[in-house]
Write a protein that binds this ligand. Structure first.
Ligand code: CTP
Length: 395
């Protein structure tokens, strides 16, 4: 893989030459780009020696061409910013391009970017930094770390750049398919979030699904080169990727209509939405009034099972992946769903596992294949779990 290592002005920059060395050892081609401040912590000679190429650190001096950021972007499969200071994170979040690295970062749109933040704990927890990170994540930028521990300023807490070995490992496990664009030319359908089933003009039956897992899957598929049709129920999440096409729906029936219309032209579908199995048989067009002490009965009728419906129209060569959120007899129930709904894989998570399931930023899953395969993914961020799922089902 061709990797550009971006280095900014933090003390952790002293680890960057080691990062470059490990990447080269892992078989990658590496070029370095720095800010001016980075060169206060690590020398140009060191970086040029370990990478074996010329450093990109000045917009106008290094090369006769002032469009080096574009040729570098064309060259690179992946841009890794390590260390990433609060400053570079803020610049990218605000669209500022006033030096070689920030210019390259804006030009790198549509290709994978990984950041390894490093800063003082107080800076890390500042709302501005956290807000910027949230923004960058919603654009699909990956983050590894920071780690907790002793910091250069003498304090201790979150803010240390993760070790170079961990960055190299993250690239191998989570970013391989993105950098290689393994799904280029494919079209995928993803369902995400909850569904809302209306009771009257102001009330609904819903669930706690946040949509995070489905959005992370859409991101992972798009990063790997696929065009993604993301059909989502109501969620506060935003996503921005040139290859993700989002359709917002509210009810299970609307999701069913969108999914069944889209699936026939897709290579595969991952259905991660928490679809309501039932809906009120009637929806009042006004706000229902209280009905007194005797209570109120709602009659519920069954919604279409979207996953099972896609399983029925699945053609040879098409993939279909479902989720199973279970509380008891997890394995047995998930395997039953895999066969009943004609799936290629089922991603099982258990509500009994801490950190797994609705609303959390993490998940812990087991991917079961129709061929009898089983792949356990330990507690990881939903982004990392999404990459594991995508690489398992497409390998
Ligand atoms: N699903 C769906 N349409 C539905 C219900 C579920 O597409 N009406 C999909 C979900 O997106 C998920 C999978 O089916 O991928 C599993 O959903 P789950 O509720 O666990 O399974 P059910 O078949 O509804 O079984 P049960 O509720 O009995 O566990």
């Amino acid at each position: 893989m061709k990797i550009i290592v971006g280095i900014t002005g933090g003390i952790a920059a002293y680890k960057s030459p080691e990062l470059v060395r490990l990447m080269k050892k892992a078989g990658h081609e590496v070029r370095c780009a720095t800010t001016e401040h980075a060169l206060q912590f690590v020398t140009r000679a060191t970086l040029e020696t370990v990478s074996g190429t010329q450093l990109y650190h000045n917009l106008f001096v290094d090369n006769s061409s002032a469009t080096e950021h574009i040729s570098l972007k064309d060259w690179g499969d992946l841009l890794v910013v390590a260390p990433a200071t609060a400053n570079i994170i803020g610049k990218v979040a605000s669209g500022i391009a006033d030096d070689p690295l920030s210019t390259l970062l804006l030009a790198f749109s549509g290709k994978p970017v990984l950041m390894a933040p490093a800063m003082n704990s107080l800076m890390w927890s500042h709302p501005a930094v956290q807000h910027n990170i949230k923004t960058l994540k919603s654009w699909g930028i990956h983050f590894v770390g920071p780690a907790e521990g002793e910091l250069a300023c003498g304090t201790s807490g979150p803010g240390r750049m993760v070790e170079p070995e961990e960055i190299v490992k993250y690239i191998a496990t989570s970013l391989h398919s993105s950098a290689q664009q393994t799904l280029s030319g494919q079209r995928w359908l993803v369902t995400a979030g909850p569904t809302y089933e209306r009771i009257d003009s102001v009330r609904f039956i819903g669930n706690y699904s946040s949509g995070k897992m489905g959005f992370a899957l859409a991101q992972a598929l798009a990063d790997a080169g696929a065009e993604v049709e993301l059909v989502t129920g109501p969620t506060a999440l935003s996503i921005s990727h040139p290859r993700i096409h989002r359709t917002d729906i509210e009810s299970a029936r609307e999701m069913y209509t969108a999914a069944t219309a889209t699936y026939p032209t897709c290579h595969g579908a991952i259905l991660s939405a928490a679809v309501a199995d039932y809906r009120p048989s009637e929806c009042a067009d006004h706000k229902l009034k209280k009905q007194g002490d005797e209570g109120m009965n709602l009659t519920l009728i069954q919604n279409p099972d979207i996953l099972a419906s896609l399983g029925k129209i699945k053609k040879t060569g098409q993939l279909l992946i479902g989720f199973a959120l279970e509380t008891d007899n997890e394995l047995q129930n998930a395997q039953g769903k895999l066969q009943r709904k004609n799936l290629d894989y089922i991603v099982m998570n258990s509500l009994r596992d801490t950190g797994a399931g609705f609303g959390t930023d993490t998940n812990k899953v087991t991917i079961l294949g129709a061929d009898g395969s089983r792949h356990d993914v330990g507690l990881r961020s939903k982004q990392e779990v999404a990459f594991e799922i995508v690489s398992t089902i497409t390998s």
